[in-house]
Write a protein that binds this ligand. Sequence first.
Ligand code: MG
Length: 392
Amino acid sequence: MSTVVTVLGATGSIGRSAADVLAAHPDRFRIEAVVGGRDVAGLAATAKALGARFAAVADPDAHDALREALAGSGIASGSGASAVMEAVARPADIVVAGIAGTAGVLPTHAAVRLGRVVALANKECLVCAGHAFMRDAAAAGATVLPVDSEHNAILQALGRHEAADVERMILTASGGPFRTWSRERIAAATLKEALAHPNWSMGAKVTIDSATLMNKGLELVEAHHLFGVTAEVLGVVVHAQSIVHGLVSFRDGSVVAGLASPDMRVPLAHCLGFPDRIATPVKRLDLAAIGRLDFEEPDLDRFPALRLAQTALAAGGGAPTILNAANEIAVEAFLEGRIGLFGIPELVERVVDRMHGRNDPSPPASIEEALSLDAEARSIARENLLAVNLLH
Ligand code: MG
């Protein structure tokens, strides 16, 4: 019997990689539903290529266009938030959670509450609402498998071992396009330079987060929730080649690392095949051709966003939720050319400082509470944008 799969965020970077893996195994997988944001043509093409039964576009005004694009295919369709939820509610064994940003939180939460195996690529479920998300997933018997390369490598390195066996969990960071740049040069970096990631091709938001190293900071928060380890256990090492993705150091001194070519189809195939292994057409790792693997300490002076994230993780409570929301507004402002690269950590620090203290020390108790704290942090970030704009 085939494994039934639904893909949320089917037209984005993760969704396209997932479709590639799924299409290579037509006998193993049957696609129930695909969900996209507003790219109707891309969504219809994916739905047809994968033979999905249902396609949902989040844009409520796009249903006519989607219906037209799917005409004659026999694929049912819908639009708006209710159609997205209908896609999630349809029967599936695995849900690929590839909707980027806060928009992905409610649909992905609905999938874990249905007890699905969730191949999780959305970061906000864990960074904004990790406590409630993982608690609800456990209560529903859902399995959360991380798609993010670092967490996927750590999951594989962990094997059957528990957090008690682990001394350190290390996430690698490529260092992004500014790894060797001076602070002065980074301060003057253009949008084009920030978007030129050396190893990974990803969406704009995560590419900017990789340039500031905020992405690695957010991944520390994710690892804390996924693996139930404290901030002290988690570390970051800069590894420019992006070949080693994550390492687990056990209490006997053994270190197990996860290596692969930097291609998201590898962790996606791991999640989609789990617990089996399925073939991918990905370039095989040739260590002799690569020649060397370099590692260095992250420079928190040139990449202050990483320090902010570490501080927020250690502070706990709502701090990571606030940090993530402020960062989204800051990155948006950078993408619009309204602030420089160092304006991003500057704005995030302002918002976290302003909201800290009156913030409950316990994390948001529900998804709704997390989203309302997120919304509040965004509006405070917007209010502070002008002041940061004047400084940078
Ligand atoms: Mg990553």
